[in-house]
Structure formats: C-alpha cells, structure tokens
Design a binder for this molecule. Sequence first.
Ligand code: RIB
Length: 341
Amino acid sequence: MTDNTPGMKDVAAVAGVSIGTVSNVLNRPQLVSEATRLRVQAAIVELGFVRNETARQLRAGHSRTIAYVVMDAANPFFNDVARGVEEEARAEGMVVYLCNSNQDGSREREYLERLREQRVQGVLITPIDPVGERLAEMPGRGMPVVLVDCQSADESQCSVAVDDVLGGELAMTHLLETGHERIAFVGGPMTVQQVRDRHEGARQATLAVDRPVELVRMETEALTVAEGRRAGERLVGLPAERRPTAAFCANDLLALGLLQVMTRQGLSVPKDLAVVGYDDIEFAEAAAVPLTSVRQPRELLGRTAARLLLEEASGEASHKHQQVRFRPELVVRASTRIHRP
Ligand code: RIB
C-alpha cells in the first residue's frame, strides 16, 4: 500500500489470492472462477481499491487516450472542434486530454513533453507558429501528430483545415462588392499561419478589382476580444479621411471586440464600419449586430482530425498521411450591407 492508497497487493492479501489472480479479475475475468472473482471484488469494495489506469497503460506501452493541444481555450472555435474530436474518440473507447497552450510556445512544448511521457496514443494540435522542430520530432518518437486548423507544409503528417486563403478572399470580395474602398485587415500575430493565409486571400481579392482599393493591415498581438477592442480604439481614433469603412477580422473574437468599441463610441455597424469575422462561432449570430462571418465546419474538423489520428495510431499499414482541406463558406448578416458612397 503506497501512503494510504490500497494497491493490488492489499486486495490479494484480503482476498487470499495472488496478485496475478487480482490482475485477471480486473483484466481477464473470464479466466477466474465465479467464487474467486466474488472474493476479490468484495476485497476491492472493502478496501476502496481503484486501479491505476495510467500505470497499467504505461506497463502495456500504450494508453487509451489522445490529446488535443488548442491555441486558446477561451475561444469557442476550439471548444466546437474539441466536441467533434471527443465524439470520434469516444466512439473508439478513447479519452481526450484537452491542453491549452494559450498561444505560449514554452507552454506548448511543455505539454508535448508531458503527453509523450504519458504515452498518449497521439496528439492533435493547433500550433501557435509554423510547424517547428518540436513537432517534427514527434512522429519519429512514436507519437502520431495531426495538425488541426492548420495546413501541413508537406505530406510528412496529417492535417485538417479549411482553405484560409479562399476564406480571406470570400470575406474581402464581399466587402469590395458592397462598395468599400478602404478596408482594414485586423489580425495577428502574423506568425500564425491561419492569419497569414487569411490576409493573403484578402490581398489577392483586392488585386482582382479594377478600381483603387486600399487594404490597411492592423496587426494584433493575439486573436482575442481584448485585441479586437484595442484595434477598434485605434480605428475610431483615425482621422475620418483615413478611417476604413470596413474591417475584415481574422476571427470572430476580434470582430466581437471591434463591435463592442463601435457600440461604446455610439458608432453604427455597418453604417460607420462594416465588420466581417471568421469561424462563425455561435456568438457571431447572437451578437448585438449579427456578424457576417466566414464559417469553418468546426465539429467536422475535429471529427476528421481525430479519425486520421486514430487510424495512424492503430498502425494500420494502409494509413496514408492526408492533408484534408475543407471549403469555407461566407455567411452574410447585418454587420455588412450595401455600401453606397
Ligand atoms: O487557430 C487560429 C485561429 O483560427 C483561431 O483563433 C480560430 O479562431 C481560427 O479561426
């Protein structure tokens, strides 16, 4: 017995059997007579014994767990993706560890180390920056890794994302078609691949029109509501002749922060500033001014990523790495409208 936690040795002593018999009752009850099984189960109840599943799984060299390392647990986008992961994993009898890197590189690295020690079957991750060496090591050290919401640069690992360049194009084209000529791109840091791709799509859309338009990049330190508020304060502080009439935000949280500042300043959305977000989380539609947003199939992203990870972790020879890319969809709501100068 370690400290006062009863172990298998204590159960064996109380039931008057060997430790192997206790193990059989727990793992292969069909090998044990009913009388012995009942004696052992009575000892388990009497002692309040709980099996150490982690130790058992470590001894077995594998675990029935996978992990999802998200970039920001406060962002509903990741909760929706995680719901899809959990549905798929649960169907296979697996448990999902959810870890929040909080956009902190050292915290992300620490989680990856702990998860390898825990012998999880594999890791889903939305990395905070381009897939670095710490991830490249993972597959080589028996740890399948699938990128989520982020496109793998090559075929060395699986990834599941939407086409963020197309998503940026859809958002920007919508604002251009509604007459805007000076449009802010609100998002950052630009080291996040999704932000870079959305900005690139917006830039490409401006090149496709035959009239002068201006894309004003307003980089943020994170993809949060607070950073959206800061960007909103910078926007409203611009002189009228330089102020954009529309903003495309790299995700809905930034857009909601922007909406909040516009409302506080008594400015109208979309009259004074049209706003487009990205993800189409539940709060986009529920916002005071329902938000136009680029929808990501969040639960489908999660289910697909989990299926690929479990397939790779199972060691099926037929597994081939896949870089799945879904098509985003523009959902138009009240925060944008026909803008006639
Ligand atoms: O994963 C980076 C960002 O892309 C997240 O903030 C999420 O909103 C997705 O849009």
